[in-house]
Write a protein that binds this ligand. Sequence first.
Ligand code: ATP
Length: 244
Amino acid sequence: MIPKSHPRYESLRTRDLIVEGIKKGITSTHGLIAHGRGEAFDYLLGEKTTDFAKKSIEAASALLLLAKYPVISVNGNVAALVPKELIQLSNLLSCPLEVNIFNTSKNREIKIKNYLLKYGAKNVLLPDKKYKIKFLKSNRKYVNPNGIFKADVVFVPLEDGNRTGALIKNGKKVIAIDLNPLSRTAQKATITIVDNITRAMSLLIKTIAKYKKYNKSKLKKIIINYNNKSNLKNSLKYILQNLS
Ligand code: ATP
């Protein structure tokens, strides 16, 4: 048990969630390394949500509300870190959660599904070998016909660059959360939220709940006024300022 007074309480609590995820069989051991890379960038960002990340969260909220068929893609790290928030988001948008993991294992896919169902998820889809997206060689190309296959906007918190690029080439808009503004995912996504998923998810949910009252033209304006490339540049500048 980590005492709340510990100066690195939040970071250690998050590490514990990933370790617990591995013990439960929902997170892969590779997820530890991915988490470590995220931690390093979070340190450089001052471990807080920047104004740039808030702008991306606003644009992402607008895009998710304007989407005809949004889908939330879930991997082992995401399921371990923010299961309740994933379900809140899918309820708010009335959209499915779809399991898609890097180190493919049917057993782990089912464990993630059951874990989310246990937390109250209503609609959790698994990949179906009869359906795939183009431009991707790995097993991650397999998708569910009622999920990513027909989605126009895919929310892929913590993703690898290959799949993000393939989803974009398949004509989908992609929203990613990634602490590393230099990753291929961050560079390729339609909207990149450079923040820790443990902080960004609750703000995203709050913003969507607020924007639900907005009309379509107001939501469209938020997207038009947003520029992902300059937002990424500003995130990098912020890191450089912190370093100097
Ligand atoms: P890419 O293929 O996009 O270049 P990568 O190979 O660096 O990415 P992966 O190992 O596939 O990345 O995924 C880990 C990514 O997730 C890293 O970019 C890391 O910064 C990010 N990440 C890890 N933990 C978190 C977290 N808690 N919140 C947000 N981002 C995170």
